[in-house]
Design a protein around this ligand. Structure first.
Ligand SMILES: *Cc1c(COP(=O)(O)O)cnc(C)c1O
Length: 335
């Protein structure tokens, strides 16, 4: 049982079979029928003109940011944004793009007043503000649909483009019980991770206009992301989107169950309001020595990342019974 992340999910038997049987070609030459089919299908499925299959979510974000912004341009994002905080500064290092982070509100949104104040005037002192980048879900929280609508209005009024880091956008769609297209419609570009809760072994998508994806395709080659018989991966990626989305509902139910259970363990407290998808954060008080708890769980084959707050992620390889087992072990570990 591995609660560290939904990235640990094993590919399904159907994925392994599709991978074994996928027709492939050299994708850098545009010759891989399975990649081509996935990209065409995914563009249509999410309401964009074009799509690009990438090695990772980090690469998809990087290519998206670089396709929107030139050297000396700037993107607005949250302090907690993955593409600001957890991608090794790639946009700045490789794209010479300046991030302008804004403090996230507790629900993950960014205040439009603060964003407005951060937009630079057209003046040679400043970087050129080009893009607003949002994330949904962000730390497991779902951005409200009304906020997305307001964000679209904000970028239109201010001459910016709008990008979504949608690594877990399907978790958001499932939590809201809407089609993912309803979220995607507000954005000029969007990324989707196939290799998190959706269980593909490798791969993400970048979605956008034909021109944006053309620029991103060149950039992908530049950063070494041009893959050859990548259809072996795309075959699994397609199944992630067609077969695995329904599983997310179960993952969310398991996360809620875990949140309720953790709140009954001395020393653990979860703000259940923010347990909206498959990620649970618990604050620990002084009484919990989480390092030693993690060690004792490891002896029973349960993997967690010690920390405070501590993050648990549910996914297809965690069952409802596994939650019961974890809660029982935690209860005895803190006794
Ligand atoms: C995981 C994640 C990414 C990056 O995906 P990798 O495939 O791990 O590079 C980007 N954004 C968010 C919000 C993520 O959770």
């Amino acid at each position: 049982m591995d609660f560290r992340s939904d990235t640990v999910t094993q590919p399904t038997p159907a994925m392994r079979e599709a991978m074994a049987n996928a027709p492939v070609g050299d994708d850098v030459y545009g010759d891989d029928p399975t990649v081509n089919e996935l990209e065409q299908w995914a563009a249509e499925r999410h309401g964009f003109e074009a799509a690009l299959f990438t090695t990772s979510g980090t690469q998809a974000n990087l290519l998206g940011l670089m396709a929107h912004c030139q050297r000396g341009d700037e993107y607005l994002c949250g302090q907690q944004a993955h593409n600001y905080k957890y991608e090794a500064g790639g946009a700045a290092v490789l794209g010479s793009i300046q991030p302008q982070p804004i403090e996230n509100n507790p629900d993950g949104t960014l205040d439009f007043d603060k964003l407005k104040a951060a937009i630079k005037p057209d003046d040679c002192h400043f970087a050129r503000t080009k893009l607003l980048s949002l994330e949904n879900t962000i730390n497991g929280k779902v951005l409200p649909m009304s906020y997305l609508q307001d964000a679209r209005k904000f970028v239109d009024e201010n001459g910016l483009s709008l990008h979504l880091d949608g690594a877990r956008v399907y978790n958001a769609a499932v939590a809201l019980d809407i089609d993912v297209k309803e979220i995607a419609q507000y954005f000029d570009s969007m990324t989707v991770c196939l290799s998190k809760g959706l269980a593909a072994p490798i791969g993400s998508l970048l979605l956008g206009s034909k021109e944006l994806i053309e620029r991103a395709r060149r950039l992908r080659k530049m950063v070494g992301g041009g893959m050859r018989q990548a259809g072996i991966l795309a075959a699994a990626g397609k199944l992630a989107l067609t077969e695995q989305v329904a599983q997310l509902k179960t993952d969310h139910e398991n996360a809620k169950k875990l949140a309720v259970g953790l709140n009954n363990i001395p020393g653990f407290s979860v703000n259940s309001e923010f347990v909206q998808t498959n990620i649970v954060f618990a604050k620990l008080d002084q009484s919990v020595d989480i390092e030693s708890v993690a060690k004792s769980l490891a002896d029973d084959g349960i993997t967690i990342t010690p920390g405070n707050p501590i993050r648990f992620v549910t996914h297809k390889d965690i069952t409802s019974q596994d939650i019961d087992v974890l809660l029982a072990k935690l209860t005895s570990a803190v006794d």
